[in-house]
Design a protein around this ligand. Sequence first.
Ligand code: NAD
Length: 283
Amino acid sequence: MTITTMGVVGAGQMGAGIAQVAATAGLPVVLCDLNEAALERGRASISSSLSRMVKKEKISQTDADAALALIRVTTDTAGLADVDIVVEAASEDEAIKAKIFASLDAVCKPEAILATNTSSISITRIAAVTQRPGQVIGMHFMNPVPMMQLVEVIRALQTEDTVFRSVQALAETLGKVPVDVKDAPGFVANRILLPMLNEAMFCLHEGLASAEEIDTVMQLGMSHPMGPLALADLIGLDTCLSIMNVLYDSFKDSKYRPCPLLVQMVDAGYLGRKTGRGFFSYE
Ligand code: NAD
């Protein structure tokens, strides 16, 4: 199936980014979230991201306006009834995702593909809550979506090959490079990345160096474009903790134990950039 229309559930940093790249590629998008305030924030972030791209002469003002006009926002999942694919990008919580997939399954047309942008949760288990498990797949974009080329395309045990190929083709239409990855906790990207970020948090927790110094070590010493603590702040510390918990609970291996400082920061509501405070301050 050629995918020509998209729904996105969750208008946070990832959902807004996915809606933006789809609309920029000419796909009409329906963006859905729990409330008007979240949708307003999502639309504002898309609008300012497009403006930055116009300023940098990456796209024309006309194309930016056309992309924005292709995005319709709604709080009602019934608005997703006619799209070819829905990409779910709600919070990294299996219970939330299971509920969303059950309701998408009820509302979306029978041939629609249901994809999740989960960072770590089993696609196979998400597929199992629907009556169309062969049409459920992982489509894991990277943050920030408009800048990053990679999409991990993750087949659930149940995913049909035709669905995999349609999603691979969609990723290419969006200007991304799809990589075929098996369904396992954290897939490849976060199986490697998150333990590294977690270790940086342990270095801070144990007082080995300051947050600035830890990030400088990795930027200047390993040529990372961003230090691990700044990257954790960008991802969101709640999301980082959820991913570490998925790795720890799935593998039962102490090497994935979330850093106690990460747990405490999330308990305090210091979630990184999205709350203005994480390992660094963004006020
Ligand atoms: P976020 O906190 O910025 O946004 C989550 C959004 O989901 C919020 O707007 C919230 O209102 C909405 N939401 C929650 N429950 C919902 C529901 N039942 N129905 C509709 N909307 C709902 O989170 P994010 O960083 O955009 O992450 C979203 C997903 O993308 C997560 O699964 C995360 O693991 C994954 N992801 C995140 C990153 C990253 O760097 N942050 C990268 C790749 C994938």
